[in-house]
Design a binder for this molecule. Structure first.
Ligand SMILES: Cc1cc2nc3c(=O)[nH]c(=O)nc-3n(C[C@H](O)[C@H](O)[C@H](O)COP(=O)(O)OP(=O)(O)OC[C@H]3O[C@@H](n4cnc5c(N)ncnc54)[C@H](O)[C@@H]3O)c2cc1C
Length: 504
């Protein structure tokens, strides 16, 4: 690998790490990113089947119009200008469908349009819908970074941390159908009625209500551009570079040790791994047993199962919006994954290519607990280390794929005949690619009953070891980007950095 002795060594190459590397490189630090997989990007990877591009993780994102938070961060990271984005339909970015009742409700971009669209379907709830919109924005104001303002730690957030999603919605309306519509895309944040905090819902939904986008040719377009920025500022990136331990000397980390025995030395280390996996890399006594216990006890969000379909040319129309399909009580019960009724929620995403008339790819996604793939837990399969998990696993996947396709066909009867090829990813795929223990969808679950306990700080007790990524503040492109700013502020003046980003 040649040169070592970097200012900052970053472990993992998810969005969090890539953004930190790009921003810190831009601020003069010599950075080196170490990624275990062939592709950089973590959940922001894309892959091709039948010459069509699919996203492994990120499908759509909010807050990317000029002046909005994610746009400004991307602009400062020098990737915003030529990102091949497609704005989703302003009149509807998410269509919430209740299959059993054959009812559907559209979520539109922009608060005014969101209200105008929903009120005709809930005329008696007009006030509640308006108050809901005010509430979302008011909760978001408690998160300073969300508005690129210097943060005051947890103190400013505290008043909104312990309200649950269910109680938050119930305080606005007793209309259960409206509650279901407002929470109808809760797969986006693995929203569970009684534990997920209302603020998680608010931060995620508000970003899409501002503006909703997809990347043409996959979310890896973001990765590619970040890699370019890192290289432009002299940073190094290495794939097939799995870090197996962090070596400590005189109370600080002095090297990341790779699986092949190489040591990459540096002055500072940022881990993009799940905090639990980061702790496993170091036996440092500076990380006290209580801290380790707390981190190891944090609950992860559930995992998922995704079906990737290529579509025969000319058989289905391309849709500029997503669908969230629900069976009876699916909005609240789907996350429990009762095998008798699974799947109860389905996210349907039309991949954006260059031509917009016909659908070329459709991705279906739903929840799946890790337990369901436990029989094959001893297997490991990635493109860098391909292996067959066996016939019983293939049969299991086929059965799950069919159930999801059957559910999608209730909304799109033409789908089964339009399918050209089927691939899928189970919790094991996410576990093996991302390196978590259980293929968790979004990492640590925020918990309204343990609000402070579910936040993880960017700093650790080891003075030169920092964390970044979706486990800090929030998952998703926006959440991870804000966490990256939090990590970067350990190296550059926070107020100046945020000011530069606001004016990028
Ligand atoms: C199925 C799915 C759908 C999603 N859809 C959306 C969406 O529509 N919109 C949205 O905004 N967000 C979405 N997300 C969430 C979003 O993708 C993530 O929150 C975000 O990409 C996580 O970034 P991260 O920085 O935490 O790193 P991660 O993506 O978790 O990456 C961690 C990286 O570390 C590497 N690594 C692990 N161990 C090692 C090691 N020992 N040595 C070296 N490298 C290692 C991994 O290979 C990986 O590259 C989705 C996620 C999933 C799983």
């Amino acid at each position: 690998m040649g040169e070592t002795g970097y200012d900052i060594v970053l472990v993992g190459s998810g969005l969090g790490s890539l953004l930190c590397a790009a921003l810190l490189g831009k601020h003069g630090y010599r950075v080196c990113v170490l990624e275990k997989n062939r592709q950089f990007g973590g959940c922001l990877q894309s892959f091709a089947r039948e010459k069509q591009v699919f996203d492994s993780g990120v499908h759509y994102m909010g807050s990317l119009a000029p002046g909005e938070t994610l746009y400004q961060v991307f602009k400062y990271a020098e990737i915003a200008d030529d990102l091949p984005l497609e704005k989703m339909d302003e009149a509807v970015f998410d269509r919430i469908v209740f299959l059993d009742d054959q009812e559907s409700y559209d979520q539109a971009q922009g608060y005014a349009r969101f209200i105008e669209t929903l009120v005709p379907q809930f005329p008696e709830e007009a006030d509640a819908i308006r108050r809901y919109c005010e509430q979302l924005q008011s909760v978001c104001r408690h998160f300073a970074y969300y508005h690129l303002a210097p943060g005051q730690g947890l103190a400013d957030k505290q008043p909104v941390l312990d309200l649950t999603l269910k109680d938050g919605l119930a305080s606005l309306t007793s209309n259960t159908r409206l509650q279901e519509v407002l929470a109808g895309n809760n797969l986006l944040y693995a929203g569970d009625a009684s534990n997920t905090p209302f603020y998680v819902h608010a931060l995620v939904v508000n970003s899409y209500l501002q503006s909703a986008w997809k990347c043409r040719d996959g979310g890896s377009q973001i990765t590619r551009r970040l890699v370019k920025t890192i290289r432009r500022y002299g940073g190094m990136l290495h794939n097939h570079a799995e870090v197996v331990s962090l070596e400590e000397k005189d109370g600080i980390i002095n090297a990341a040790v790779l699986k092949n025995g190489e040591r990459i030395t540096g002055n500072h280390f940022i881990s993009n791994l799940h905090p639990r996996q980061t702790l496993a890399l170091t036996g440092s006594k500076q990380l006290r047993p209580l801290y380790r216990q707390r981190i190891n006890a944090l609950k992860n969000t559930i995992s998922s199962f995704c079906v990737y379909l290529t579509i025969k040319p000319g058989t289905m129309r391309y849709e500029k919006h997503n669908y969230y399909l629900h069976t009876k009580n699916g909005v609240w019960e789907a996350i429990q994954c009762d095998p008798a009724t699974w799947p109860q929620t389905l996210f349907v995403f039309f991949g954006a290519g260059q031509q917009q008339q016909d659908a070329t790819t459709i991705t279906l996604m739903t929840y799946m607990p890790y337990d369901w793939v436990q029989p094959w837990a001893d297997s490991f399969n990635t493109d860098a280390a391909p292996a067959d998990r066996g016939e019983s696993y293939t049969a299991f996947k086929k059965e799950m794929e069919q159930k999801m396709i059957d559910m999608a066909a209730r909304q799109f009867p033409e789908l089964p005949a339009a399918i050209q090829s089927i691939n899928s990813a189970s919790p094991l795929s996410y576990r093996d690619y991302i390196g978590t223990a259980d293929g968790s969808l979004y990492g640590i679950a925020k918990d309204a009953h343990n609000p402070l306990g579910s936040f993880v700080s960017a700093r650790t007790k080891i003075p030169n070891l920092y964390l970044t990524g979706q486990n800090l503040l929030m998952h998703g492109l926006l959440g991870v980007s804000l966490a990256a700013l939090q990590t970067c502020s350990a190296f550059v003046n926070e107020t100046e950095l945020l000011e530069k980003i606001r004016h990028a």
